[in-house]
Design a protein around this ligand. Structure first.
Ligand code: NAD
Ligand code: KPL
Length: 305
């Protein structure tokens, strides 16, 4: 009998994972915030996934955090700023050797969760898949991509990667997941804040080539200093490639700001600036970028963190 996948966070990525795992006949349970959300979910009849223009609803079982069933495997699909508190609610239900898969973008939340649950196995994920919510319990699979999974403490892959294979979730085991997360963080720091400040699509940054190059130089210095030289390799080339390849897209941070949603700044640019301070590194353009971004968020009435 397969271990149940408990999924915490029925948003874009949580729904995308839940629907595909359920579609493969694997046991899945969705943990919703409270009884009100559970009632709303139940009246919708399940999770709806829109993929290649086709719409299908999956009647995944929903529950609230105070349900009694023990949790052996937990996919954490909340935003980085919600992860710790959301997991804390489940503490009584986690078995001693529980496995957590942390889907959060950026860095910082994973270490906070690992410190919160020293007995758990925490796997980190970095994903290039893209999904967005079209409404309550309805998600569009917008960008096919890949998910890298790894465990900074143990290099051995878990057997349940077979479940991902069965579910058609493109993935690979990574023995350098921290390098991947740092690299993605650097890409996000070089692109996302500027798209908010210039109110442009990613391609609009082609008009700000020098500023992007300066940020990449500082980010590379930071990565080297943080013991991540592989994440610094040819950073600027990759940033330029991504800007070109995603020229028509709006960055995730741009979309958060445009929709008046809290951003994950503290786990991206904020984390980078904090690491620079810890290493007594002077990175003036990166620090200035953070000041400009925080001012912009405050001016729009959004949280600064
Ligand atoms: P989302 O906002 O769509 O979903 C998060 C869900 O978590 C929401 O439904 C929210 O209600 C729920 N949640 C928060 N606190 C909770 C709690 N205490 N109990 C139960 N549910 C709770 O976010 P998302 O877009 O799916 O992103 C999740 C993470 O994945 C982020 O770190 C994001 O950066 C990363 N990511 C997202 C995408 C994407 O395409 N959406 C791609 C790559 C990475
Ligand atoms: O991941 C991204 C995002 O928008 O968050 C890209 C497309 C790489 C831009 O930084």
């Amino acid at each position: 009998m397969s271990t149940t996948w408990h999924i915490l966070g029925a948003g874009s990525l949580g729904t995308l994972w839940a629907a595909r795992l359920a579609r493969a006949g694997l046991p899945v349970r969705l943990i919703l915030r409270n009884q009100t959300r559970l009632a709303s979910y139940q009246s919708a009849g399940g999770l709806t996934l829109v993929e290649h223009g086709e719409t299908r609803t999956y009647p995944v079982i929903g529950e609230t955090p105070d349900s009694q069933e023990p949790i052996h495997r937990l996919l954490v699909a909340c935003k980085a700023y919600d992860a710790e508190a959301a997991i804390a609610q489940l503490q009584q239900r986690l078995v001693p050797n529980v496995e957590l898969i942390l889907l959060q973008n950026g860095l910082g939340s994973q270490d906070a969760v690992a410190a919160q649950l020293p007995q758990a196995r925490c796997l980190f994920a970095s994903s290039t898949e893209g999904a967005f919510r079209e409404g309550d319990w309805r998600v569009v699979f917008a960008g096919h991509g890949y998910t890298w999974l790894g465990d900074a403490a143990h290099p051995t892959p878990p057997l349940w990667l077979d479940d991902l294979h069965a579910a058609g979730i493109p993935h690979a085991w990574s023995t350098d997941i921290l390098t991947r997360l740092w690299r993605k963080l650097a890409l996000n720091c070089a692109i996302n804040p500027l798209t908010v400040l210039y109110q442009c699509r990613n391609g609009g940054l082609q008009d700000h080539h020098c500023e992007v190059a300066t940020l990449c130089a500082e980010l590379s210095e930071l990565l080297e200093c943080c013991g991540q030289p592989a994440a610094a390799l040819d950073l600027q080339d990759e940033v330029e490639r991504v800007i070109h390849a995603t020229a028509a897209n709006y960055s995730s941070m741009y979309q958060d700001v445009a929709n008046a949603r809290r951003t994950e700044i503290s786990y991206l640019l904020g984390y980078a600036c904090h690491a620079a301070t810890r290493h007594q590194l002077n990175l003036p353009h990166l620090q200035q970028l953070q000041v400009r971004l925080v001012d912009e968020l405050l001016a729009r009435g959004l949280p600064r963190d």
